[in-house]
Ligand binder design. Structure first.
Ligand code: ADP
Ligand code: ASP
Ligand code: MG
Length: 458
């Protein structure tokens, strides 16, 4: 087997980029214009994963289920129609929809995370088949092939937030994927993987970015392109304020902080494989591929004090108090052992002599919500736990933001326009790349707009 050319590019297309035939055709053109793009990772067509989540999580009557299934069928059928209903693809899609309908009606679905992951995988499995077909129609030859990425992306069995197994993934990529890339553009699925028992797993919502970075690492790619619906990473979510500006170049560290603290543009784990393997990452818009975008790399020329503001909703604040905490050893260890048992990670933490306050990501209607409830129950067995929800975490990302000299950076400038009662908890000083605080979710967007104005309008 000849080694993969180090110019191999992995390109990932998100849900809106593969929403329908027209969007898929635009993406096909991006691929066909660049022969270095050999591996393509796709999301489910926009809306499909949400419909699958609905089937898996809500108690629905048979009629309601059928109506959701019909919406999914309609999305696939409209693409098949625009393709001219090619027989082979049509057969594959009908089989997938049949299997999907069977799982949707399974009596144990609502309680089985294993079945839910199997169900959620169908969005990407269908879009990858259809997208390969679109590329071949546009190029007029069989240049693209759909490939079941579960054969390569091996994970543990933590359904809904599976952890990749890197060595096994690399081994599979070497034997199955790399040889294919020599002659074909390979279209595979983001978001999904497979455990050691052959069960389908998923990497968590928005996980296709992470999959693409894992695939890029496994095939020793030179670069990873993330094609989405905005022209790169902005100083804040452009949906929050039209004053948000695109960032041309950003370091891995800063971009990773942005992703961690809620910038939806990248799944939080995306940059872990990229940093490990040194794969450069580009983020751009499939709607305007020539409009440029953001390059994320290890070294950047410019490291401003303030880079961006990120917002993450659905935060829960737990304040844990123990009468014994005063001078008691081992209390924090006990609290963290329980959090670890439930696989919950803590984002912000502050402590006083008798209490500890910590925040947990707690998105509604996900398995995590159940874990938080179980964790609170366990903690309550040995201490008082106060739970506050409907909070949002705002993070100001930059360089040396922990310095408080007020000249270049500093927290003073961040908080100068906020009222004290708008802030619930502040974490400052632990990281050189962020200052974070909690606010009420209902005020969060206004606060982000305000801070963004203060820091970025010159
Ligand atoms: P995809 O389906 O392509 O993965 P997502 O919806 O997951 O796309 O992510 C793209 C969205 O991320 C944008 O439409 C934008 O609203 C949001 N977003 C949040 N923060 C940022 C940011 N700092 N810069 C750009 N986009 C952001
Ligand atoms: N389709 C999955 C989701 O909507 C994964 C992704 O698009 O990144 O969450
Ligand atoms: Mg996404």
């Amino acid at each position: 087997m000849s080694p993969i050319n180090s110019s191999t590019i992995v390109a990932k297309f998100g849900g809106t980029s593969v929403a329908n035939f027209e969007a898929m055709s635009r993406c096909a053109q991006i691929i066909l214009n660049n022969p270095e793009i050999r591996l393509v990772v796709v999301s489910a067509s926009a809306g499909v994963t949400n419909l699958l989540v609905k089937l898996g999580n809500e108690v629905l009557s048979a009629n309601e289920k059928e109506s959701v299934l019909q919406q999914i069928r309609n999305i696939q059928n409209s693409i098949l129609n625009d393709l001219g209903r090619p027989v082979k693809a049509q057969d594959v899609i009908s089989q997938l929809i049949e299997q999907l309908a069977e799982i949707a009606l399974h009596p144990l679905l609502i309680t089985s995370t294993k079945l839910k992951d199997e169900l959620l995988s169908f969005g990407e499995r269908m879009s990858s088949v259809l997208f390969a077909e679109v590329i071949n129609k546009i190029s007029g030859q069989a240049s693209a092939v759909a490939f079941d990425g579960r054969q390569v992306l091996k994970t543990d069995s933590s359904f809904a937030k599976a952890e990749p197994q890197l060595e096994a993934t690399r081994k599979q990529a070497n034997s199955l994927l790399k040889p294919l890339l020599k002659n074909k553009v390979v279209i595979t699925q983001g978001f999904i993987g497979q455990d050691n028992f052959g069960n389908t797993t998923t990497l968590g919502r928005g996980g296709s970015d992470y999959s693409a970075a894992l695939f890029a690492e496994a095939v020793d790619a030179f670069a990873l392109q993330i094609w989405t619906d905005v022209t790169g990473i902005y100083t804040t979510d452009p949906r929050i304020t039209d004053k948000a500006r695109p960032i041309k170049e950003i370091s891995f560290d800063e971009a990773a902080e942005m992703a961690t603290f809620g910038a939806k543009i990248l799944h939080p784990a995306t940059l872990i494989p990229a940093i490990r393997s040194g794969v450069k990452v580009f983020v751009g818009s499939s709607l305007e591929p020539d409009a440029g975008g953001t390059w994320i790399s290890k070294e950047v020329d410019y490291r401003p004090a303030y880079r961006a503001v990120a917002l993450r909703n659905e935060q829960t604040l737990l304040t844990v108090k123990s009468p014994e905490m005063l001078h008691a050893t081992g209390f924090l260890a006990r609290v963290f052992a329980i959090l670890a048992k439930h696989k919950l990670s803590v984002d912000l933490i502050t402590t006083s002599e008798i209490s500890v306050a910590l925040t947990i990501d707690n998105p509604a209607n996900t398995p995590i919500a159940g874990l938080v409830a179980a964790c609170v129950k366990d903690l309550s067995s040995f201490c008082d736990v106060n739970v506050e929800s409907e909070l949002a975490l705002v993070a100001v990302i930059g360089n040396h933001v922990e310095h408080n000299d007020g000249k270049q950076g500093g927290a003073g400038r961040i908080f100068s326009s906020l009222e004290d009662d708008q802030l619930r908890l502040i974490c400052h000083g632990a990281s050189e790349h962020n200052v974070c605080f909690l606010v009420k979710q209902e005020n969060a967007k206004d606060i982000v707009r305000q801070i963004h104005d203060d820091l970025f309008s010159v």
